[in-house]
Ligand binder design. Sequence first.
Ligand code: GDP
Length: 138
Amino acid sequence: MSQRTFSIIKPDAVRKGDTGAILAEITKAGFKIVAIKKISLSKAQAEGFYHVHAARPFFGELVEFMASGPIFPMVLEKDNAIADLRKLMGATDPAKADEGTIRKMFASSIGENAIHGSDAEDTAAFEIGYFFAGLELK
Ligand code: GDP
């Protein structure tokens, strides 16, 4: 069944000029881009997005990184979108990511890892609503 998920091309990938190549991998894998925009987050906005990680030791670093430059948040749609995007992204640490995954190809470290993807239906709903209004999702 068709499902929506939320993704971000992170500041490291945007800085390196990999946005177009990553979008090509995503569309080649059968995802439809429902919505996309370019924005820069304040630290407070990055903290709000990653609130579930507030207790993790790397939270400060993660927030600094996500507020360090422009990002492309987007909403993607296909059958089984949430699980299929996680597969296409690869492991959090690019050193452990499978060949052919976006993180293997474009990420440089466990922190600066090129792409975000929602991990479940409830987080996808929260994350889509954090970045996009209903009118942008037609
Ligand atoms: P994901 O679902 O694969 O993105 O991974 P997690 O939900 O575990 O972590 C969220 C994000 O926090 C990751 O994508 C990384 O950008 C960052 N992160 C995770 N582990 C570390 C770490 O050990 N150090 C740093 N600096 N960032 C991390």
